[in-house]
Design a binder for this molecule. Structure first.
Ligand code: ADP
Ligand code: MG
Length: 292
């Protein structure tokens, strides 16, 4: 490859808001067969808000939200932050949680006013022997609407659900269409539950969904695709995505995401516009044509 064409390609990338690190990404991107997209923060804005509070077992809605938010007070997860914000908007006074623990990709556990509170997904509840009881139908309904329901348990009893929803990025649908139009396979990768992920994927025209993937498993998912002969770009924004970005044939970071993701990536989409993925691949194809 001539350094000149790479330099020209890199310059054109910069004009289009695509930051290229090293020439290999530009040389390699034309071989891609598959683009894997993280859901939260990449296809969605990553700023979820609480949409539903469903109290059960005789608990008042506000008390449910207050307990959940108190347990989430120390959480750095966007879901936890959304729950804390919603409680704040309703003027609820939170308690200081004790013994806070946040098992990755599952939720949080804390003591609130001497009560043991769990907020998280089904795996978290199963790990603590909490049955969903009557909450399962509502859980399914909310998921089908593309919302992420989290279960709340107090002292081992399921007491309700808090649903959180994130807004799909306006340009995401066009980004998916452009990639498909170029003959590339498109895959959604997320830690979120299957139903919610499928609902969001349908909205975007994505058929291949890998849901319920724990943060530590994202890299393995990329390896799995590579083992089947696919040449993979991974697009992500979070700290969790960094190993997968590094593992992918081409790692693409969303510029509005975390520094850790950008450090692990070959390409960064400065403005956070996911349509940049298709643009970068087109640029790579053009750069290679100039080289040959
Ligand atoms: P993503 O890959 O979509 O960003 P994560 O791997 O961070 O998702 O989380 C996966 C799932 O674990 C979430 O959809 C949620 O059900 C649960 N979860 C994670 N953190 C929390 C939290 N702080 N509070 C409640 N649930 C959580
Ligand atoms: Mg993310």
């Amino acid at each position: 490859a001539t350094p000149t064409s790479i330099m020209v390609g890199t310059g054109k990338g910069a004009e289009r808001g695509i930051l290229v690190r090293g020439g290999e990404a530009l040389e390699g991107a034309h071989r891609l067969t598959t683009v894997v997209l993280d859901k939260t923060g990449t296809l969605t804005l990553g700023r979820p808000r609480v949409t539903d509070v469903v109290a059960a077992d005789g608990l008042a809605e506000e008390e449910l939200l207050r307990l959940a938010a108190s347990a989430e007070k120390a959480s750095e997860h966007p879901l936890g932050e959304a729950i804390v914000r919603a409680a704040g908007e309703r003027g609820l006074a939170l308690e200081e949680p004790e013994g806070f623990d946040a098992p990755t990709g599952r939720g949080v556990r804390a003591e609130v006013g001497g009560r043991s509170v769990l907020v998280g997904n089904r795996t978290l509840m199963e790990e603590h022997g909490v049955s969903e009881d009557g909450l399962a139908p509502r859980f399914e309904e909310l998921s089908v609407e593309g919302k992420t329901p989290v279960l709340v348990a107090v002292d081992g009893r399921p007491v309700g659900l808090v649903a959180v929803a994130d807004t799909v990025r306006e340009e995401a649908r066009k980004a998916v269409d452009a990639l498909k139009g170029m003959g590339l396979g498109v895959v959604m990768l997320t830690g979120d539950n299957e139903r919610t992920a499928r609902a969001v994927a349908r909205e975007l025209g994505i058929e291949r969904v890998h849901a319920g993937v724990l943060p530590g498993e994202k890299e393995g998912e990329i390896r799995g695709l590579q083992a089947r002969g696919e040449v993979v770009a991974m697009v992500g924004d979070g700290i969790n995505d960094a190993p997968a970005l590094a593992r992918a044939d081409v790692g693409v970071a969303i510029g509005t995401g975390t520094d850790v993701a950008m450090e692990a990536a070959d390409l960064t989409l400065v403005s956070g516009d996911v349509r940049g993925v298709a643009r970068a691949i087109k640029l790579s194809r053009a750069t290679i044509r100039n080289i040959r």
